[in-house]
Design a protein around this ligand. Sequence first.
Ligand code: FE2
Length: 349
Amino acid sequence: MTNYKVASQVARGLLTLSLAATVLSACGSSDEDAADQGDAIGGGQVTVYTGRHYGIEEVFEQFTTDTGIEVRFTTGKDPELRERLVEEGANTPADLLMTADAANVELAAEAGVLKEIDSPALEAAIPASLRSADNNWFGLSRRARVVVASTERVDDPPTTYEEVGDPKWKGRLCLRPSTHPYTQSLVASLIIANGNAAATETVASWVANDPLYIDSDTDIYEAIAAGDCDVALANTYYLGRLLEEDPEFPAAFSWPNQDERGAHVNLSTAAVTANGPNQKGAQRLLEWLATDGQQAFSDANFEYPADPSVDPAEIVGSWGTFKSDLDAILQLGEFQPDAVKVLSATGYE
Ligand code: FE2
């Protein structure tokens, strides 16, 4: 986990850093202390734990420019940040939790470290299928995990997640390891759609193809370009970044399972913490990310805006529309433990 960073206007940097140090030493501060830091509508400073980090600093700076509220943030992996919130309990300095995975935010909600938010602005901007039923977390953008293939060596890419287990891809497949939330949520979606036995069969067929396990989606795309594998499972936004640098990048993806449930879709999420010192400020940041900041937040990482009235970035729009597996999203947390068991039982590394 990295040290705290502060998104602020450059001229205010020193002031902000000293303020951040003050807040750290006042760890365990009460709501009254928080009120001293901010005004009645939640000003002052907001502290964020974020598992979603691409381009986040620029987005927070824009929020600070719009509202005058400073954002201090620390990045980490979703499970680490969730466990840290639980361990810190009432003493957490974090006002907002942001994740790159819907399962981990739901597990945080179940652990009791998130706050229910009654916000007409959030309910108007974020469809019910992309936020928790209890309104204690909200999806801010959709991220699709798809079947990727080499444009140089593959003419007939798999059209479903299940077909990735076809023996013709033996020795030609790259996958993210079992420990990563993206893998766990994808397998959870297989269980939700097909049941435990069928999901186990699918994952076992992937493992039987002797995949090369690579713990970075960017490196997975690079492995396809280098010829180390021909087919892979990866998120679309990484290709957006690679194509921005090199429009001829030799990989493409297809939208899987379009004749049935649709492509597996995960979320970038945000949630006000149950015990943070500045809950009003956190709610303002959350509402801003869902409204005024929705375009910047989504575009910063080539993701799909949660608000259907906001257009995706140009390159993302060029990939066309697709059917997404919306039914699974709110159940990914519930089925995450089962997914871990399936991955373990099949010998998926
Ligand atoms: Fe990612």
